[in-house]
Design a protein around this ligand. Structure first.
Ligand SMILES: [Fe+2]
Length: 496
């Protein structure tokens, strides 16, 4: 059995309680640290994701993953996507990919996929591209708001996948639940349970701040493909599709690991797999926004401004920030129909974790906008942990809100949540703690923030990025050690 922290032999798993698994992994990690040099190859093999495989015969019933996402109008439009074939082996092009849908299992409507193909690989990549999976998608329009639809997909127009359902967004204000997290991965013991948890919570939709399959590590210079493992996407989609994303709109943003050795600033794979209402006027191919009832969601690209992950820093040349302000102005108009604004992107504006920490490049540019337009909630990941700030204005908490308490953002400020614990191995180096669930010890170290050497000039990549000590007192409110020990950073935790 694979976990984010190592491998447990399958013969042990049925008889092990979680605490025994924990002890086993701690012991095995200790041995590995002793054998660090000689064991490196073996460890890498143990941590490699298990390749998910599927039938490659289009004559059989399609059983590949399916996943959905809202169109421009979530109340009346839905993107339906599915894959055929796998990353390895011969690429097989589906002869007639299509979707049928309706209010019941008689369906009644049918339409062909509007896009069908593999992830485009640039000509600068030598040899046969590793990516052979064919992705299909189509946009269903003219749907009724707040309605359940049945759908089924086919690769040849003859045999069809098992029936699945989805529900369109409400057209007016109502209570609803959404889930949110980042840093999902492909682990059977953590990623898969998180997807199952989302399904059990029955949210209207799930927003992901970024870092999905980890098919590519960082940094990976485009177009180098030496450490690019696109088959991880098959594993990832095989986890989220059947368990959750085929019925729950999966509204995804990009993190640092979505930058792949591909075109479009590395985002061609993301764009091929996840059709969403991207707004190219943002200067970014991956930025988008949607509204559910009276709540607007804006999914940004923090890689454009990050002072830590600088691979494509500054690529929109300020256009994304101008677009963001324009959207915030629009949403804050009296007649917009929007009362709450939620923003997601990869890197944390505020974090007390020693791994990655805060991203001052993003904080310097976007935090003033979040303050000015009274953004209610910002959801980040990248740091594999869970933290929530007290409501903030101008980098300072305005009040204290206990876990599970109520925030009044219009008068109290913006809440920043780091929800980067959706499956990847959790970071344990918290500020102010000397222990952790894994028994690690260490002196409390002040949190850090990545900043530019020449001040607040991330757009365009001026200066060099510095890792400097931050002032935790200004923003940390967070959780108590016991809180951390007993509560894993779950989807929807505290966000309702
Ligand atoms: Fe991550």
């Amino acid at each position: 059995m694979e976990t984010p922290y190592g491998e447990i032999p399958d013969r042990f798993v049925p008889n092990m309680r979680p605490v025994e698994m924990h002890d086993y992994l701690r012991r095995s990690q200790t041995r590995r640290s002793v054998l660090k040099g000689a064991g490196a190859v073996g460890l890498a093999a143990a941590l490699s994701p298990v390749l998910w495989r599927q039938s490659d015969s289009f004559a059989s019933t399609p059983d590949a993953p399916q996943w959905i996402a809202y169109g421009t109008d979530p109340a009346t439009q839905m993107h339906v996507s599915w894959s055929t074939g796998t990353a390895t082996g011969t690429r097989q092009v589906p002869p007639s990919p299509q979707v049928r849908w309706g209010k019941n299992t008689r369906y009644g409507a049918q339409q062909a996929a509007t896009n069908s193909g593999p992830v485009p690989v640039p000509s600068t990549v030598p040899g046969e591209p590793a990516e052979n999976t064919v992705y299909n998608n189509t946009l269903l329009v003219g749907l009724h708001p707040d309605s359940t639809y049945h759908y089924s997909v086919s690769n040849d127009g003859k045999t069809w996948s098992a029936d699945a359902t989805f529900r369109t967004a409400v057209a007016k204000t109502s209570d609803f639940r959404f889930t949110a997290f980042g840093d999902h991965g492909t682990h059977s013991t953590s990623t898969a349970p998180m997807a199952a948890l989302v399904a059990n919570l029955r949210p209207a939709f799930c927003v992901v701040s970024g870092d999905l399959s980890y098919a590519t590590p960082l940094p990976i210079p485009i177009p180098q493909t030496a450490r690019f493992h696109p088959e991880a996407w098959d594993t990832f989609l095989g986890i989220i599709g059947p368990s959750a994303a085929q019925s729950i709109p999966w509204q995804v943003g990009v993190g640092t690991h979505e930058i792949e050795p591909l075109e479009n600033h590395g985002y061609d794979g993301f764009l091929t797999r996840f059709p969403q209402p991207y707004d190219l006027t943002s200067g970014s191919p991956v930025v988008h926004t949607f509204a559910y009832g009276n709540v607007a969601f804006i999914q940004l690209d923090g890689n454009d401004l990050s002072a830590q992950a600088t691979q494509i820093n500054g690529y929109s040349q300020g256009a994304q920030t101008r677009w963001l302000e324009d959207k915030l102005v629009t949403y804050r108009r009296q007649d917009s129909g929007i009362d709450f604004i939620v923003v997601t992107f990869g890197n944390c504006v505020f974090s007390t974790n020693q791994n990655h920490g805060s991203d001052g490049g993003i904080r310097a540019v976007w935090e003033p906008l979040f303050d000015r337009y009274k953004v209610d909630l910002v959801i980040n990941g990248h740091v594999h942990a869970y933290e929530r700030t007290n409501p903030m204005r101008a980098g300072q908490p305005t009040t204290k809100v206990a876990p599970g308490g109520t925030v009044y953002p219009a008068r109290q400020g913006t809440t920043y949540i780091c929800a980067g614990g959706a499956g990847q191995g959790l970071y344990r180096t918290w500020y102010g703690t000397t222990d952790s669930p894994a028994g690690d010890t260490g002196a409390p170290t002040p949190p850090k923030v990545w900043q530019w050497s020449d001040g607040d000039g991330p757009a365009g990549g001026g200066g060099t990025n510095l890792d400097v000590t931050d002032t935790a007192e200004g923003f940390s409110a967070y959780s108590q050690p016991d809180h951390r020990r007993t509560r894993s950073p779950t989807a929807c935790d505290e966000a309702g």
